[in-house]
Design a protein around this ligand. Structure first.
Ligand SMILES: [Fe+2]
Length: 146
């Protein structure tokens, strides 16, 4: 159980850094399809924000402590932060695809670990994230010109 919660806190760290990154891109994106991607990025970070709260409260329900500081998140994430600079829409799409793939891999691993520990609530929570990330990846990949 402790290892599972450790992984949930790693995921919580990823989501917090990804939230900041998506809003950074929302502000700094430029180029082709600006209007569509600017709006889409806001939808993504609003959704990630809901997941952050849901996941932290899930950890509390398991009687453990969710990480809560930016320092914690930066030390425990594998998501690379965005820079303070303008970025082209194609690059944003590529980077967001990479990050959703990273998150998808992690939530699948957590689901497997949860199933092995009969942690059904964690497992079903991961199902929601798997569905969401797969849908975003499918749509983003249709935009990707490479
Ligand atoms: Fe905005």
């Amino acid at each position: 159980m402790e290892n599972l919660v450790k992984n949930l806190n790693y995921l919580l760290s990823d989501l917090n850094v990804f939230y900041r990154k998506l809003q950074n891109y929302h502000w700094n994106i430029k180029g082709k399809d600006f209007f569509e991607m600017h709006v889409r990025l806001e939808e993504y970070y609003d959704e990630i924000n809901d997941e952050i709260d849901e996941l932290a409260e899930h950890i509390l329900m398991l009687n453990f402590e969710p990480l809560g500081t930016m320092k914690d998140y930066l030390e425990n994430t594998c998501i690379k932060e965005a820079k303070n600079e303008k970025i082209d829409t194609c690059q944003v799409v590529n980077n967001v695809i990479t990050d959703y793939n990273t998150l998808l891999k992690k939530v699948k691993e957590i689901k497997e670990e949860a199933d092995n520990n009969s942690e059904y609530k964690t497992s079903s929570l991961m199902d929601n994230y798997i569905s969401s990330y797969m849908k975003h990846l499918w749509m983003l990949n249709q935009m990707n010109m490479k």
